[in-house]
Design a protein around this ligand. Sequence first.
Ligand code: PEP
Ligand code: MG
Length: 890
Amino acid sequence: MTKFVYMFNEGNGKKKELLGGKGANLAEMTKIGLPVPYGFTVTTEACHDYYKIGKAISVDIEFQILEALSSLEEATDKTLGDPLNPLLVSVRSGAVHSMPGMMDTVLNLGMNDETVEGLAELTLNPRFAYDSYRRFIQMFSDVVLKIDSFYFEQCVEEMRAAKGYQSDPEMTAADWQEIIIRYKEIVKKHAKRLFPQDPKEQLFLAISAVFDSWHNQRAIVYRRLNQIPENLGTAVTIQSMVFGNMGPDSGTGVAFTRNPATGEAKLYGEYLINAQGEDVVAGIRTPQPIATLQKEMPDVYEQFAHTCELLEKHYRDMQDIEFTVERGSLYILQTRTGKRTAEAAIRIAVELVEEGMITKEEALLRVDPDQLNQLLHRRIDDTSDKQQLAKGLPASPGAATGLVVFDADVAERLANDHQSVILVRPETTPDDIHGMIASQATVTSRGGMTSHAAVVARGMGKACICGCDSLTIDLIQKQFKVGETVVREGDIITVDGSTGEIFLGEIAMIEPKLSEEFRQLLLWADEKRTLGVRANADNPTDAKKAMEFGAEGIGLCRTEHMFMDATRIPIVQEMIMAETFDERSIALSKLLPMQQEDFEGIFEVMNGNPVTIRLLDPPLHEFLPDKEELLIDITKLRMKDGDSEELKEKEQLLRKVRQLHEFNPMLGHRGCRLGMIFPEIYVMQVKAIFHAIARSMEKDIPVKPEIMIPLVGHVNELKHMRQLVVDAELEVMEETGQVVDYVIGTMVEVPRAALTADEIAEEADFFSFGTNDLTQTTFGYSRDDAEGKFLQAYIETKVLPNNPFATLDVDGVGKLIETGVKLGRNTKPNLKTGICGEHGGEKKSIQFCHEVGLDYVSCSPYRVPLARLAAAQATIRAGQKETKQPQTQC
Ligand code: PEP
Ligand code: MG
């Protein structure tokens, strides 16, 4: 018989897949002797069974749950539903991967009209008992009976107003009794049934509701965002309740063993006296910092600090711990690996290595390469003119400017219209998650560092300010006030999630600086990785940035970007408009010194590191004005003066635009096809490169040039272009007398190039896979249009697992890369291979590049750190290299 239910003392921390993260951790903590309230876990396999038989708990599972319940009753010496000595339990979700707040929980289960009286007598605290019962009715009604919490909150609000109270602690036992009567009426009206009084019925309904919550909207969005598989299901943990709301010697809190924002090795957290767990997590009351607990309950604090140390050592990582103090006794309710910012992730990983707790490899695997983005974000320039409007808690670092919005749907709509928005809410709930994703930053007026907004924003790497109570938010008027200042929806604010400050208007930002720990981790990554990391850079500024971030060369210098400069466009147009070879040569001779200067600048920065220069790639019409705009200009000019010079020029341009028009320009006259038809353009570029090399060599600047031919599909194209490069270089050598060491390679961007790579390799010294075009030409999707037209729908309906222009399509495009590498190396065993499409800066694609044996990846400068770390992780995962091999030049 399958075992579907485990008592805490039957499980262990390794059974995460079966017991969920929460269940496994509670079992593990029980095993190491920590004060964990008794309980049991219904497994994820039971969840699968629930869905398999049509959303029902089978007789077998029901039997096992009832058996476990008996054991729990025995262990606690209490009985579910016993009016004299009632057992109360929590029923919580617990998936394999932590999904904070995304699924449902029911607390205080077991309360009914009879047990509430028993609890009142037992605790000698009727107020506490009635408050607990009304909380249970509200939560159970929300989660199980699907009655909106709003009705219950409104009911309490009305009672408070009628009694003239400011807050809940002023409510008396009699008030809560009255509320319970009204709550039951709400249930009767909205659920069309009486509130269930049988605790066992309550239990099974709650377990089913938790299973159901695996498929609620916010859980689905969260899984998609965090790439958590849909089919894992959730376990359900049933645990005897302990109460943090039994008076001033009780309390509840959440603490991290290290600071989750900065990584500082110091206990960090918050608690509330006389409160239940959801009060802290929901951010309804702003809690006290954990350090205060040391003064308020020194013994409890001491025991808690010791437990935290023990848990961190046991799990060898920073822990996020939920605790409750019931009448002076400490209970640990949950521990899990704490979510953290990128800054904290790196500092914690590096310091744990220094403390001897983990290895360098483990440290490297503990930082998600995508998280590094957070550290590379801009921050507010301190020297800029700015006036602080308000200050809250610095919940998640980073700075952002955007339009104020007060509603998650509005945030999403405006973001879809390419607007930057900042979501401002009293507090966020999991239902706001799509708005948080769409916004640049989130600001809340209530809640602490562990509130929903803070936890979710940190996970997403987005700026967040919490508990900014000087903001009076009016959701109806769509505005907030700080003193006399009113900020309305659509006004621009700037926020700094690292300091908690909010400013009016837009403020200048500056580039990020990287911490010592960041550098250390990347140095360890460099020791491990075998894959080279280069950058795509077209000018000295980007090249410098790339070097600062640790690039080992330039893998793609797109020379057309040098043509786009406003001062050069007229000359480029002159070159395109030329009707004869001689006319074109005149324009090209003007461009040559300009290109030469650009190359000299780049060579100087790169100082002997390889620079791959790609000859002109885009179709020429991209350098001419848009046809529609030209037509408008021409119409206007004709109306003014039908014979002006300007009109004639525009008409000539229009003729050229029409002449160059192609139905499929991305499959048209571009790449090496330009060099084949207008060889003089490529000759000019090659001469500019070799003159630049000669000048650099004169200045003793080492140069390692690699000339790259784009969009080759047939070996004969490369053969011609190779000859062109060699001839032009010889001409320059005769002029300058400098003998240059250089190589000639090709981009592999069309399937035919990959499939005939053995032939192409005869003419190539290296291959660089241009996976932007290779994805376009393999799928036959336009890289410029697909994303806006149908790709999103394809991803949503799971026709495609993800966007192939962002994450390499391993099964299709990847197969071509693999084939290309294999065939190329059949011809030249030492053929150097790299990738320079966008995928070169994406972690999963980098893993693939490692697996197929590429020599290097090349990506935008800001992605270089990510690529260094992802490459190291790929090596570690492949279990390949223990120590660094002598570096082959990448
Ligand atoms: C590519 O196609 O992957 C590539 C790097 O070239 P571009 O994006 O300039 O076409
Ligand atoms: Mg390309």
